[in-house]
Ligand binder design. Structure first.
Ligand code: AGP
Length: 612
């Protein structure tokens, strides 16, 4: 069925519209289109078939704008052709429409008598001409739409924009669903909130007969010309339940999707245990030149970058730095020749990461430096993917839960592929090492599946966290970033204060926090640091701390008084951070559920942080 997405923002919304349409693809449609208002013009692209066709056309024409409407059409009046695809234009008005205008033929006759020429067989086009005509009597777009609505019979939802009104988007709900997605300095519309979940979790559900006027910073809703208040609600779980399938929350579903998501991500790059010849082919010249790597990211994506730093240096002898984007962008970093700048981002739209990237590019250009940029991202159409020289997609599928899970583990898989590729190009890794690691990568989904078997055991442990106020996560080497990630997960969804530490730092401060009320989560894979980690565990126990250990089945770490152990299937030390992400995700999830928090939409947080 048809789908509507529209929006008004400061930034270009072209990709948001395309992404939104993609999220509506499941509804079924036969053509797609969008219109953007920019520089006093309506810029329109329409294509028969998949949204991907439209996306290709948009990429070729480079149209952009911060005000626009988009549509997937399921043909009712007229065949699925480009001319019949929405948006429809009359003069300077562009319209998208869901539903049916029952009296369109009689309206069409009247409009033709007035000299309007129809270019489609649709019922929708009458709306565009009617609004255009009404604007002869009023300079107000809102008022023009208000005059048109009583003339329309049927059930419909509309999105309307005009070149002379670059600061407003008008929408109508009359028998066909329409929600407003409330952002910060930007607002959106859609026929299904699912389309807008990557950008907001706050919605106004319009009622039948509502006409709304959206600007970047305001939303006004009118009934019969009178202003009415409509509450802003958090995500309506009931409506979105369908796509959660058997799972209670998106987060749990996404945790369980990880074996498949990782498999998808590695499949694009591997042919058996070898890297595909065409994998990042266009980047080879840049990779051969680079001397070092600078990773820029925020939150969970930053933690993925931290792990990559270990991998870059240990596996391929390439120096790598990683920095939080909000710090990097404001500290006047020295941009260094022959550096690969890597952005990691689930959304590809995170404001700080994007700004850091743009700033880096500007500084490099000003000094005529030879740098390369690459994005690891889950959204193919995102700004970061478009604005970097190269990109590597995580094929995790849409991640709806605010807490990043499958995006994180697929970022790790993608980073490993990138590292192997760079090592291969620079000849700093032996072919047999590539083979060994890729064979282990293929095996990782199975190890994750086995690790997920611990769900019940982790649920039982989470009971012991329910009443806690604080928690420590400890790990060494590549498990240090997993400790940080575990702490981030726990705090963001259960609201328990949690800290992640490199276990070797324990004595330098955090040990003072340990008492018999302090749960300490330990990440204990079978690696070179295991014995040292066991000493750290002793230190905690000696101070009365209660240990919750995720330990390799062969680690020799066993249950004892105030030491709870969940056995994790064996995995090579190098890929262990991917697997040890799973128990910390499950722990946070169950603790949050027991505490009754809003797991998928935790308070104060947004999925995609597009403002500073
Ligand atoms: C973590 O669970 C969060 N969702 C958050 O830290 C997130 O990773 C961060 O905002 C960065 O987002 P990005 O990957 O879309 O750039």
């Amino acid at each position: 069925m048809c789908g509507i997405v529209g929006g008004i923002a400061e930034r270009s919304i072209t990709n948001i519209l395309i992404e939104g349409l993609k999220r509506l693809e499941y509804r079924g449609y036969d053509s797609a289109g969008l219109a953007l208002i920019n520089g006093g013009q309506v810029l329109r692209e329409r294509r028969v078939g998949k949204v991907a066709n439209l996306e290709e056309a948009v990429n070729e024409s480079h149209i952009a704008g911060s005000l626009g409407i988009a549509h997937t059409r399921w043909a009712t009046h007229g065949k699925p052709t480009e001319n019949n695809a929405h948006p429809h234009i009359s003069g300077d008005v562009a319209v998208v429409h869901n539903g049916i205008i029952e009296n369109y033929q009689e309206l069409k006759d009247d409009l033709e008598a007035l000299g309007y020429v129809f270019t489609s067989q649709t019922d929708t086009e009458v709306v565009a001409h009617l609004v255009n005509d009404a604007l002869k009597n009023t300079p107000s777009l809102l008022e023009a739409v208000r005059q048109v609505v009583p003339q329309l019979k049927g059930a419909y939802a509309l999105g309307i924009v005009h070149t002379d009104h670059p600061n407003e988007l008008i929408t109508v709900r009359e028998g066909s669903p329409l929600v407003i997605g409330v952002g910060i300095g930007e607002n959106f519309i859609s026929s299904d909130q699912l389309a807008l979940l990557p950008i907001t979790n706050r919605f106004i559900y319009l009622e039948e007969g509502d006409i709304a006027r959206l600007t970047r910073t305001s939303i006004e809703v009118f009934v019969d010309g009178n202003r009415v208040e409509r509450p802003v609600k958090e995500l309506d779980a009931a409506v979105s339940n369908a796509s959660k399938g058997e799972y209670k929350h998106y987060m749990l579903k996404e945790i369980y999707e990880q074996p498949e998501a990782i498999q998808q991500t590695i499949s694009q790059a591997l042919n058996g245990n070898a890297l595909r010849d065409d994998f990042l082919k266009n980047a080879e010249a840049d990779f051969s030149k680079i001397q070092q790597v600078q990773i820029i990211a925020c939150g969970t994506s930053y933690h993925a970058g931290m792990i990559a730093k270990y991998w870059f240096e240990q596996l391929i002898n390439v120096s790598a730095q990683v920095e939080i984007a909000s710090e990097f962008r404001y500290r006047s970093p020295v941009i260094v020749n022959n550096t690969l700048y890597v952005c990691i981002s689930q959304s590809g739209e995170t404001a700080d990461t994007l700004a850091a990237l743009r700033d880096t590019q500007k500084r490099a250009a000003a000094k005529n430096l030879d740098i390369a940029t690459l994005t690891i991202c889950n959204v193919a159409t995102s700004s970061m993917v478009r604005e970097t020289d190269h990109s590597l997609l995580t094929l995790a599928g849409p991640e709806i839960g605010v807490a990043s899970t499958k995006a994180f583990t697929t970022q790790l898989a993608a980073l490993m592929l990138l590292i192997l590729k760079i090592g291969q190009v620079k000849n700093t890794i032996a072919a047999e090492n590539i083979e060994t690691i890729t064979a282990e990568l293929w095996h990782t989904p199975k190890v994750i599946l086995d690790t997920l078997q611990n769900n019940e055991a982790i649920l039982r442990l989470s009971e012991l966290f329910k009443e806690k106020q604080h928690c420590l996560f400890l790990g060494r080497g590549t498990q240090f970033p997993i400790a940080l990630e575990g702490a981030l997960k726990l705090k963001e969804i259960s609201y328990i204060h949690a800290e992640g530490y490199a276990a070797g730092e324990l004595k330098h401060g955090p040990l003072a926090l340990v008492d018999n009320d302090m749960p300490v989560v330990i990440l204990a894979p079978q690696d070179d640091m295991l014995d040292k980690l066991k000493s750290n565990m002793e230190e905690v126990q000696a101070r009365g701390g209660e240990l919750f250990v995720f330990a390799d089945i062969n680690s020799g770490v066993n249950e004892k008084d105030r030491q709870h152990v969940v056995k994790v299937p064996s995995i090579s030390a190098v890929l262990a951070p991917i697997v040890y992400s799973i128990p910390v995700q499950l722990l946070s999830y169950h603790v949050a559920v027991l505490r009754g928090t809003d797991v998928d939409q935790p308070r104060n947080l947004a999925k995609s942080v597009t403002v500073e």
